[in-house]
Design a protein around this ligand. Sequence first.
Ligand SMILES: [Zn+2]
Length: 191
Amino acid sequence: MDERPTPIVGFRCWVLELGKPVLKSMAMRFEWPAGEIAEATCMYSPHDPPRHQAPDEGCRCGLHARTTPQGCGEEYPYYPVHGYWAYRSAPTSGLMAMGAVLMWGVTLRGRRVIRAQYARVLCLTEKPDLWAPRSGSNDPSRVSAENVARRQQTLDEICALYAVPMIPFASVARYASEFGDLTEGGSELAA
Ligand SMILES: [Zn+2]
């Protein structure tokens, strides 16, 4: 466990609600606040209030991010289609956004995943070949043109409301590194 003075950079996805400028956590019922600091509280505890500060070594709680932008793609192979919601037959709610976050306070860092006490959104990013065909039931190329356009409009509104830029995928790690330390991504940047 670290109490580091220098914030660290992570990369993550959010669920979008088309037409509503809000970034929602993937797994938990949590909306990332626009232009403010997100603070973790344990949402796994059977106790109310929780008996530990989030994140905790023995729990899964905390604000989550991956150590690299590529890690987001590994976690969600059908990105930007969110398989869970597609499975629940709600395709218009089943699209995602991706971005970089700054994390600090109590931080627990694994090789692939970071969990933190505090975080804020630094920027959104967009992968190349976003809508390219992929085999399987959540093929992004099957998303309707209308929902592609509505997703873009929602992302534009999020960037305005959260006051963050849209950064190309190829330069998102470099952009985020202006704000804090990269973990694994640092070696890739230097190469
Ligand atoms: Zn917990």
